[in-house]
Design a protein around this ligand. Structure first.
Ligand code: C2E
Ligand code: CA
Ligand code: CA
Ligand code: CA
Length: 279
């Protein structure tokens, strides 16, 4: 059961799938608000590298299995993709994240942008934009407070259709960022046509930043490319002060990583926001 999805036997996959299905069913029951059901969201702060201000959070799904405990998304998102279950799970993620962001606002806390990950299969789904619009309407969250993180490879599967979809989201007021930038491939000319506002430097380029001249060159190139295209650039996986200092010295705009905070429950974000109100 714990084997990674790639090595998992057919039988293990079936057991995992069955578990995902029943976890989803339970989460869709009325009383479940992401708190005590098997799926929950943690939120990881995103901070401005110049001001240190907490300006956004990324919602990250967690699965607390009744027998097997916490199961990492790396172990089940792939299977959810393969089976199509990612579509309803993703819808739950969007709704829960929007409701949470709206709850922080309603509590009078400083406004934040909440980002959700949308995987390839979800991005290809016809009703994606409609589902997002419904979630925004039902929760009352302003579209400007929502960001969608999508990878280059998801976009490149069907470029023309992806660009249409991104334009619809943009027209609604939802912003887009390219996740794991540099690990997939997207031609620079395609990148120019994307209505996005952010590039996210993947953590694989950040982890060795203090020691690897190659990773430094890649990070600097992404920052300068992003800025030339009028995009903000965020680095993920920032764990050390050296990494942060390098990014700051090279004009990266924002960061996310264990150095500032691990992904945390919603209540912890509210405390962090309340501290900034008090100061
Ligand atoms: P990602 O979108 O690239 O998210 C970043 C991952 O890096 C998260 O892992 C986060 O917890 C982790 N991380 C953050 N800061 C640091 C750091 O300083 N050092 C290190 N080593 N890691 C850090 P997580 O939460 O396990 O998620 C893994 C992947 O699963 C995500 O990668 C994303 O692709 C996927 N995922 C997570 N939640 C969702 C979701 O709601 N929907 C979809 N479609 N995918 C999701
Ligand atoms: Ca992400
Ligand atoms: Ca990443
Ligand atoms: Ca990713």
């Amino acid at each position: 059961f714990y084997a990674s999805e790639m090595n998992a036997s057919v039988e293990e996959k079936l057991v995992l799938l069955e578990g995902l299905r029943s976890a989803l069913d339970a989460c869709l029951e009325p009383g479940c608000r992401g708190g005590d059901c098997q799926f929950s969201l943690l939120y990881q702060p995103k901070v401005d590298l110049r001001t240190g201000r907490l300006f956004g959070v990324e919602a990250l799904i967690r699965w607390n299995h009744p027998e097997h405990g916490m199961i990492s998304p790396l172990r089940f998102i792939g299977l959810a993709e393969e089976s199509g279950l990612i579509v309803p799970i993703g819808e739950w993620v969007v709704r829960t994240a929007c409701a949470q962001a709206q709850a922080w606002r309603a509590a009078g806390l400083p406004p934040l942008t909440v980002s959700v990950n949308v995987s390839a299969r979800q991005f290809e789904e016809k009703r994606l934009v409609e589902r997002i619009a419904d979630a925004l309407r039902d929760t009352g969250l302003p579209p400007e407070a929502l960001e969608v993180e999508v990878t280059e490879s998801s976009i490149m599967r069907d470029l023309a259709r992806s660009v249409d979809k991104m334009r619809e989201l943009e027209a609604m007021g939802v912003s887009l960022s390219i996740d794991d930038f540099g690990t997939g491939y997207s031609s620079l000319s395609a990148l120019k046509s994307f209505p996005i506002s952010r590039l996210k430097i993947d953590k694989s380029f950040v982890s060795d930043l203090a020691h690897s001249a190659d990773d430094q060159a890649i990070a600097m190139a992404v920052i300068s490319l992003g800025h030339k295209l009028n995009l903000r650039v965020i680095a993920e996986g920032v764990e050390t002060e050296q990494q942060r200092d390098f990014l700051r010295a090279n004009d990266c705009d924002e960061m996310q990583g264990y150095l500032f905070s691990r992904p945390v429950p919603a209540a912890r974000i509210a405390e962090m926001l309340a501290t900034t109100l008090a100061s």
